[in-house]
Design a protein around this ligand. Sequence first.
Ligand SMILES: CC(C)(COP(=O)(O)OP(=O)(O)OC[C@H]1O[C@@H](n2cnc3c(N)ncnc32)[C@H](O)[C@@H]1OP(=O)(O)O)[C@@H](O)C(=O)NCCC(=O)NCCS
Length: 159
Amino acid sequence: MSEPVTLRPMRADEFPAYHDYFIVDYGEEIAANYGYTLEKSVTIAREELADDLPQTVNTPHHTLLCIEKEGATVGYLWYNVLDAGKTIFILDFVIFELLRRRGYGKAAMLALETVFSQRGGEQIKLRVACHNKRALQLYEAIGFNITGYNMIKHIKGKR
Ligand SMILES: CC(C)(COP(=O)(O)OP(=O)(O)OC[C@H]1O[C@@H](n2cnc3c(N)ncnc32)[C@H](O)[C@@H]1OP(=O)(O)O)[C@@H](O)C(=O)NCCC(=O)NCCS
């Protein structure tokens, strides 16, 4: 059974730590997927985050949450709201590395679903890398379906 966790809005003073985690994590993903150097990838990640969250935790249509277990933050969840509140799209979801495999991730997604459904939400969407088996297994276990594939072809000499 999933361990219960609570979701609460991220405070402004917590955003710098989130920012620092995100640009490194997303930067590593960009480097792995597009073959850029880590330095360039982190710069791209920093710019994208600034574009997406110009008002950090107060950016309209975006919600940043801390996932908590017994008063301690165990991870983060970031989503934006689409379709006049009927859809949310998860932009980032993480449980801190040392705290994984305890059911917190599954519990966080189920808590999000419960709260969102009570507010009239109808669907939750997300994108997951095909090599991310842990996340894929979690999402499928709680009822997500695969709707398509992202594809890319690197053209020789262009990166
Ligand atoms: C994906 C992630 C959020 C899961 O969080 P978690 O707290 O470890 O997940 P849970 O403990 O709730 O596990 C739920 C289910 O996920 C799957 N799972 C989780 N970790 C797994 C692992 N290391 N190997 C295989 N399956 C795994 C299992 O189906 C598991 O259910 P089970 O423990 O009953 O077998 C966490 O691994 C993470 O933060 N990963 C890095 C960031 C990331 O990939 N985010 C998702 C982006 S789309």
